[in-house]
Ligand binder design. Structure first.
Ligand SMILES: [Zn+2]
Length: 138
């Protein structure tokens, strides 16, 4: 069984290695589709939608209206900390692929129900373009 919930947030980033426009600081309305997979519990439920919200929302809320920076992009880290109250620093380039891994790693730090076996996260950078990361959690 699979159960999914969507989350949206606004965030700025840049990809300094990019040959095109993405090297510039810019923003997206991101969307994440968080999907859990596993066996139903005795009540016929995989995971309560409210529990998904409770686990995932703090991770998404930290990202909302932030500038996400690769720690190696020291110029952006310095500027972001000067101009923004909300700055998130990760240890790799801020691609949709790496953001999906970042969110997954944050989520699996929470205590998740025992019946869950896999988490899959799709991060949409635009309405028609996404990266998807899956991780077995058991
Ligand atoms: Zn972008």
């Amino acid at each position: 069984m699979k159960v999914s919930k969507e989350f949206r947030w606004e965030m700025a980033h840049r990809l300094p290695f990019h040959k095109g426009r993405c090297k510039n600081l810019h923003g997206h309305t991101y969307k994440a589709l968080i999907q859990f997979e596993g066996e139903l519990d005795k009540n016929g439920m995989l995971i309560d939608f409210y529990d998904i919200y409770r686990i995932v929302n703090p991770v998404i809320d930290e990202l909302d209206h932030s500038i996400i920076c690769d720690k190696n992009d020291t110029e952006l880290v310095e500027i972001a900390n000067k101009i923004n109250e909300r700055v998130v620093i990760i240890d790799k380039p801020t691609t949709a692929e790496n953001i999906s891994i970042y969110i997954t790693e944050k989520i699996i730090q929470s205590s998740l129900p025992d019946n869950l076996t896999q988490i899959t996260i799709r991060v949409y950078e635009t309405p028609d373009a996404f990266a998807e990361y899956s991780l077995k959690i058991k």
